[in-house]
Ligand binder design. Sequence first.
Ligand code: CA
Length: 233
Amino acid sequence: MEIKPLILVVEDDNPINKFIKVSLEAQNYKCIETNLGSNAISLVYSANPDIIILDLGLPDMDGIDVIKQIRENTKAKIIVVSARGRERDKVEALDMGADDYLTKPFSISELLARVRVGLRNMNTVNNNFFEEQSVFKLRDLEIDYEKRKVSVRGENIHLTPIEYKIIVLMSKYSGRVLTHKFIIKEIWGSYLENETQSLRVFMASIRRKIEKDPAQPEYIITEMGIGYRLVDE
Ligand code: CA
């Protein structure tokens, strides 16, 4: 028997809620929904969803507080869908532990794409990604984790140890936006504000090595004021 992924939709705007639910069910996902943050928190425990689609402006509490309360206790991917489009709102949600962020109005195909990325990342991260998969392939980019080799269009490229750590981290979360803070913490172990600038320098260097045209990157996309995303296939 095939186990369908379970998706929890937390959204107080009923037409949007219904539209998301119908669209997800058409893709063969199971779906539960609620209008309230407090219900969402108990559903995370009782139903153990794989993906949580979360609005931030909820009648009983702020979605950010929902994230704070559930993040430590669930492996579910949290996709924030919100009308708050400011960079610092996105950064806050992502740094609190949201996995992705879509600004309203959004297209349903975009949401479905993010759901697929979430489910795929969940599988790869949970199943000991590095043991299961020794080579990462994305278009013309190849990372051989065992040999610690990176090639583009069949040519080996030389990355410094830090650059290599960054590209490996990004490959682990391909399709997902990673905040500056997250990347810096993962690579250097702690976060200092001014390291965002060094990160920018490292990214520029990686792009010069892997992108055909670093000014129009095909692989590493800048999410202005938020962070970076390695594209999805
Ligand atoms: Ca709302």
